[in-house]
Design a protein around this ligand. Structure first.
Ligand SMILES: Cc1cc2nc3c(=O)[nH]c(=O)nc-3n(C[C@H](O)[C@H](O)[C@H](O)COP(=O)(O)OP(=O)(O)OC[C@H]3O[C@@H](n4cnc5c(N)ncnc54)[C@H](O)[C@@H]3O)c2cc1C
Length: 432
């Protein structure tokens, strides 16, 4: 059974021994950030790099407690899952700009790692995998799309026996290799970024949950033992918001994903699974996603495809899915399995902006399970909005997000209906 305290691959291989104090006084700042995951830390780091360093970050538990410390570490291309839905709002030109913004992608993560010497096992190589002819057609179209916005990274469509050049599985008939994508140790990346942030003089507090927020020209955030008064606020709690800000609570619903970690495997086995030592996902509406790690383990993840529920035995549930792709791993031991919630909006697109009538209260949330690279992109844009302003902030914050009615009462039912619709639409958009 899942608990949020279960150890993860990330907690077991953490390289930074960082800890920050609890807030025990009343302090003033230019900006207060609530949430110590990629969103909170990245926005603060972007602001600090612009010279705004009088920032306080409040984290309820410890940095990386949320999705940032429990994800697949997959560095995929783009932002959002279904840009056609967004096109209706932003038009062709807006969509072109969103593609351009997405292209910042892994470059931001790589620059961070280089600039601050972060030890986060960044590895290039991503395979988007197809099971059937419909998906093959989609991957061929993606190849053209990817190449039209990116000329520097290797992007190559493969079919039939060529697929084996990048993966040791008979499950697939086509693949799109994207060497610009890959994978990263997301907790070490976050902690490296937090260390850099502290190096800029930003104050970070752990075990300091925001309990109450009073809005106004200066905003006051109260914790159990202290408070922060600031000119600007950023809500960055994603799926852990827990109703604290009702306006933000209304536009997302939490859904769950689960992961396993195998025992360390031999070099031969890892080369058989992944000759490129890369990351992979298929392109179905609800994907299997997996990657190898620096320690020669396989991390395999998935979500329930139709009915929203939390499997009772996560190791067994995930192992079954893994064996469909790699049957020869049947004797391999599963060392850990864990999972976590992901805040998801109706259009599956990240949400940034300011609260109604509160121009100094910003927010970011709703990556819909696709937040490692997108949080780095989106928070760069958000930091522009929180400082000098920018047209790309105006564009992304202009995307409207529907209220999800009934989510507090019939969440599993709503998500089951949503997943079923999503699966059905997959037949029409070439993803099933
Ligand atoms: C199992 C799983 C697998 C995933 N796999 C991938 C993947 O492979 N690739 C990918 O791109 N994305 C993946 N994601 C999604 C990605 O991890 C998230 O989108 C991203 O980490 C969100 O970052 P965040 O900072 O917005 O939120 P979080 O990392 O969740 O951080 C929010 C933080 O806010 C804190 N908080 C909440 N309330 C308060 C409060 N009142 N006061 C102070 N702090 C508070 C929480 O403790 C938490 O630390 C996955 C997610 C899950 C759960």
């Amino acid at each position: 059974m899942i608990t949020l305290e279960t150890p993860t691959y990330y907690s077991a291989t953490k390289k930074y021994n960082l800890s920050f104090p609890t807030l025990e006084q009343d302090v003033d700042a230019d900006v207060v950030v609530i949430g110590g995951g990629f969103s909170g830390i990245n926005t603060a780091l972007e602001l600090a790099e612009k010279g705004i360093t009088n920032i306080v970050v409040l984290e309820a538990r410890y940095l990386g407690f949320g999705g940032t410390g429990r994800n697949g570490g997959q560095i995929m291309a783009g932002i959002g899952h279904d840009l056609e839905k967004i096109k209706q709002q932003v038009g062709d030109e807006g969509l072109r700009q969103i593609f351009e913004i997405s292209e910042l992608g892994a470059g931001i993560i790589k620059d961070r790692i280089a600039k601050y010497s972060i030890d986060a096992d960044f590895c290039h190589g991503y395979g988007y995998m197809g099971f059937n002819a419909r998906q093959e057609k989609t991957l061929r179209a993606w190849e053209k799309d990817f190449k039209s916005i990116n000329s520097k990274d290797e992007i190559r469509f493969m079919a039939g026996s060529e697929v084996k050049q990048i993966i040791g599985s008979d499950a697939y008939s086509s693949a799109l290799l994207h060497m610009g994508g890959g994978h990263v140790h997301s907790l070490n990346l976050l902690l490296g970024e937090a260390k850099a942030l502290a190096g800029h003089g930003v104050r970070i507090f752990e075990h300091s949950p925001a309990l109450e927020v009073s809005y106004g020209e200066r905003i006051t955030v109260r914790t159990g033992r202290g408070s922060v008064r600031a000119a600007k606020l950023l809500w960055a709690c994603d799926s852990f918001l827990n109703k604290l800000e009702p306006e933000l609570h209304k536009t997302t619903v939490n859904t769950y994903a689960f992961q396993l970690m195998t025992e360390p495997l031999s070099d031969e086995m890892i080369n058989r699974i992944s000759p490129i030592r890369g990351a992979y996902s298929d392109i179905r509406p609800v994907i299997d996603y997996y990657r190898v790690t620096n320690e020669n383990r396989l991390l395999f993840g998935a979500a329930t495809p139709f009915v929203e529920h939390i499997p009772l035995d996560l190791k067994a549930w995930n192992r079954n899915l893994m064996l469909k792709i790699f049957p020869y791993l049947k004797d391999v031991k599963i060392d850990l399995a864990w999972g976590g919630p992901m805040a998801t909006g109706a259009n599956l697109f990240p949400q940034i902006g300011t609260l109604s009538g509160r121009p100094n209260a910003f927010y970011v949330q709703g990556y819909a399970g696709f937040g490692v690279t997108p949080s780095h992109i989106i928070c760069k844009v958000l930091a522009e909005g929180m400082s000098e302003g920018s047209s790309r902030y105006d564009l992304i914050s202009s995307v409207k997000h529907a209220q999800i009615l009934g989510k507090d009462h019939i969440r599993p039912l709503l998500l089951t209906a949503g997943k079923s619709l999503h699966q059905l639409s997959g037949y029409f958009n070439g993803r099933r």
